[in-house]
Design a protein around this ligand. Sequence first.
Ligand SMILES: NC(=O)c1ccc[n+]([C@@H]2O[C@H](COP(=O)([O-])OP(=O)(O)OC[C@H]3O[C@@H](n4cnc5c(N)ncnc54)[C@H](O)[C@@H]3O)[C@@H](O)[C@H]2O)c1
Length: 436
Amino acid sequence: MNIAVIGTGYVGLVTGTCFAETGNKVVCVDIDKGKVTKLSSGQITIYEPGLEKIFLRNIKEDRLKFTTQLETAVKDAEIIFLALPTPPGEDGSADLKYILGVADDLGKILKDYKVIVNKSTVPVGTADKVSAAIAQNYSGEYDVVSNPEFLREGVAVDDFMKPDRVVVGTKSDRAMKLMTYLYAPFVRQGNPVIFMDERSSELTKYAANSFLATKISFMNEIAQLCERLGADVDMVRKGVGSDERIGKRFLFPGIGYGGSCFPKDVQALNMSANEVNYSFEILKAVEKVNANQKLHLVEKIKKYYNGDLNGKQMALWGLAFKPNTDDIREAPALSIINALTLLGVSITAYDPEAMTNVKEQIGEKIKYAENQYDALKDADALIIATEWSEFRTPDFERIEKAIKHKIIFDGRNLFDVNKITELGYHYESIGRSNLK
Ligand SMILES: NC(=O)c1ccc[n+]([C@@H]2O[C@H](COP(=O)([O-])OP(=O)(O)OC[C@H]3O[C@@H](n4cnc5c(N)ncnc54)[C@H](O)[C@@H]3O)[C@@H](O)[C@H]2O)c1
């Protein structure tokens, strides 16, 4: 099939590349000229494990192309995917200006039947709005379909190639047939393509992300209780996670959820509820708990130093909002940097993939190290904000040689409390601080 993908960020680039991988001819379009130039010359613009190899293969096979021209991209496409940003507007609701702007442009370009598929995360009713925007300038046939994306950054290629499920919201038989054909190679193992109406499909994505964010915030509150009651959150996690109704995943406490999705999606669902005069009490609490949790480690650090942090030098391991990505949107590490630098702390950070993005955002507010051990030079303490694999079993002799004081504030519970205490460290983690 001929496919167009509009927007080549984390979702668009993975979507375009994976559809090309199953034999489709894909043209990706973006307004960012620099990005398109790089992608066209075979330079990948995001860090996503496994993506580069199939990206290069499909460019070589002439199945994957990039352009800044919307008209060129959609001319021959049977299906047009929108993978555009839906950032929070001033009031927290999803800002649809990118989506509706492109819908308006499409109305002026379309000449024959196309399926326009919304892959962005959008509030209920957006398919109708996209349809109306197209109809202002185009009176021919088309269908607007909702097809929310559930991929996780860091394992996006696997998630896209073998999705747990594909959700498609449409009432059109014609669009349903095309979507079934397109997704068939991805669900050969029998995972479902679930067809539903557009509004239910749009809500499904928000419900899924909000539920996962709730799970994280719930466990973070249990961790807070553990710290006050002398219990070990790792044990509690294992105990509750073994119940199949609860499940083992997404129960790890930490320093709050971040990333480009959970924070904005929880906020947007809250706003959607408000708009229909429904107060979504659980989600309000989830947001509040997360905001507190993002600064929980800072509170611990302040307490340890009796509030006097001025002039301290700290090493920070991890900047990305989670491992295996270079995405720093809403990363807890950035909240920590902000809070600590305001208190007079100098920070030297290391992250395997995210340092370029952080430099672009905050420049020389902090220093950047070549590797995790260089970051420790003369540091009063080490702070861990992202659970990259290489931080899990570090060379403690090298740490000891570089660091000034053996103090670790671990926001990701990477180390065994007893072992690290035996090594002579003052160690604080999440939900386990009273352990001996
Ligand atoms: N990142 C994720 O893990 C993820 C997962 C599932 C769903 N989503 C949703 O998918 C959507 C896209 O997310 P993302 O992370 O890929 O965003 P992103 O910011 O990484 O990418 C968006 C891209 O769209 C481009 N763009 C903006 N306006 C354009 C226009 N008029 N024409 C062409 N291109 C344009 C931007 O230049 C950018 O490259 C959002 O709604 C997000 O909530 C994201």
